[in-house]
Design a protein around this ligand. Structure first.
Ligand SMILES: [Zn+2]
Length: 278
C-alpha cells in the first residue's frame, strides 16, 4: 500500500482483485502509473522503506478451499501492518511466509499474529511462520491472538516440531523456540494494546465456525478494520465505522458456480445446491 488515505475506490478494489504479482498492495494511489517492470513486491518494499505512517500490505487475498494450485494468482488470506517499525500479521493462509519476506519487513520486526478463525485458508501456515520466523530472527516474545483452541494448536504444533526446531537450535547455537504466548479471543471487546496500537475484536457470522472474529486496529495515525469471513453483519458495519480502511471478504458468485460445476464435472461427490447454499 502506498497511501491509505486515498479512497478505497472501485478502481482500487478491482485493481487489487486483478493483481497477479507476488504481493498485492492495497489501495494503490489513484492515477499513479506503475512501470510494468516493477513487481508488486518491489512496489511494496519501496512504499514500506523508511515509512513514517502506518502501512498495510495485503499479502494474500485468495480464499476458500479451492486449492492453491499453480494457476492461482493470489495466495490465501494474510495481511501485514507495519507501524513504527513493528509488524502485525493478520491471518496465516498458505503463502504468508514468502509474502511477508517479499515485503522486505525483517522477521525480528514481527510483534504479534492475529487469527480471525480456524479455516485452513486463514491459519494453515501459522505454525510454519513461527518456526521460519524464529530461524530468521523473530523474537521469542511474539504474541499470538485468535479463537480457541489456538493455545492447544500452538502447543501441539510445537510438540510436533520440537525435534526439528532443536536440530537448528543446536546447529546455529540459538535459543530453541519452545512456544509463544497465546491469548485466546472468544468474545467481542478489547484484545490487546501496546505503544503503537489498540486492537479490538467482534464476533462475525461464519457458520459453522464459532467463534469467527473480525478485528479493528486503531493505530495512532489510522484505523484498519478486517471483517474476516462473514455473512452480512451489523457488527462489522459498527466496528468499521470511521476506520480509514476496511478489508472485507467478498465473493464473486458466478466464479463460485463455475468452480463447483467444474468440481462436479471432475467427479467429486458434491451437490451444487448444497455448496451454493453454504
Ligand atoms: Zn472461513
Amino acid at each position: 500500500m502506498t497511501d491509505t488515505s486515498s479512497a478505497f475506490s472501485r478502481r482500487n478494489l478491482l485493481g487489487g482483485l486483478a493483481a497477479t504479482s507476488a504481493v498485492t498492495t492495497a489501495a494503490p494511489r489513484v492515477g499513479a502509473q506503475t512501470p510494468a517492470a516493477k513487481t508488486a513486491a518491489e512496489q511494496a518494499q519501496a512504499a514500506l522503506k523508511d515509512a513514517k505512517a502506518t502501512k498495510l500490505v495485503l499479502l494474500g487475498t485468495g480464499a476458500g478451499p479451492g486449492g492453491q494450485g499453480p494457476e492461482r494468482t493470489r495466495k490465501m488470506t494474510s495481511h501485514v501492518m507495519l507501524s513504527n517499525g513493528a509488524a502485525y500479521v493478520l491471518d496465516c493462509g498458505i503463502g504468508v511466509i514468502d509474502q511477508y519476506a517479499h515485503t522486505g519487513i525483517p522477521f525480528p520486526a514481527l510483534r504479534s499474529i492475529f487469527i480471525t478463525h480456524h479455516h485452513a485458508d486463514h491459519n494453515i501456515e501459522y505454525g510454519p511462520l513461527l518456526v521460519i520466523g524464529w530461524i530468521n530472527g523473530m523474537h521469542l516474545d511474539v504474541l499470538a491472538f485468535g479463537p480457541p483452541p489456538l493455545k492447544q494448536m500452538t502447543e501441539d504444533f510445537m510438540r510436533a516440531y520440537k525435534t526439528t526446531v532443536d536440530f537448528w537450535a543446536e546447529d546455529l547455537k540459538m535459543k530453541p523456540l519452545a512456544t509463544v504466548e497465546v491469548q485466546e479471543v472468544s468474545a467481542a471487546g478489547p484484545v490487546t494494546q501496546d505503544d503503537n496500537v489498540k486492537v479490538s475484536a467482534i464476533i462475525v457470522e461464519h457458520p459453522p465456525v464459532k467463534p469467527a472474529l473480525g478485528y479493528r486496529f486503531d493505530f495512532k495515525d489510522r484505523s484498519i478494520a478486517f471483517s474476516g469471513d462473514t455473512a452480512p453483519s451489523e457488527a462489522v458495519a459498527k466496528m468499521a465505522k470511521g476506520a480509514d480502511v476496511l478489508v472485507h471478504e467478498a465473493m464473486y458468485v458466478p466464479a463460485m458456480e463455475t468452480y463447483i460445476r467444474g468440481e462436479i464435472a471432475k467427479g467429486r461427490p458434491i451437490k451444487f445446491e448444497d455448496l451454493m447454499a453454504q
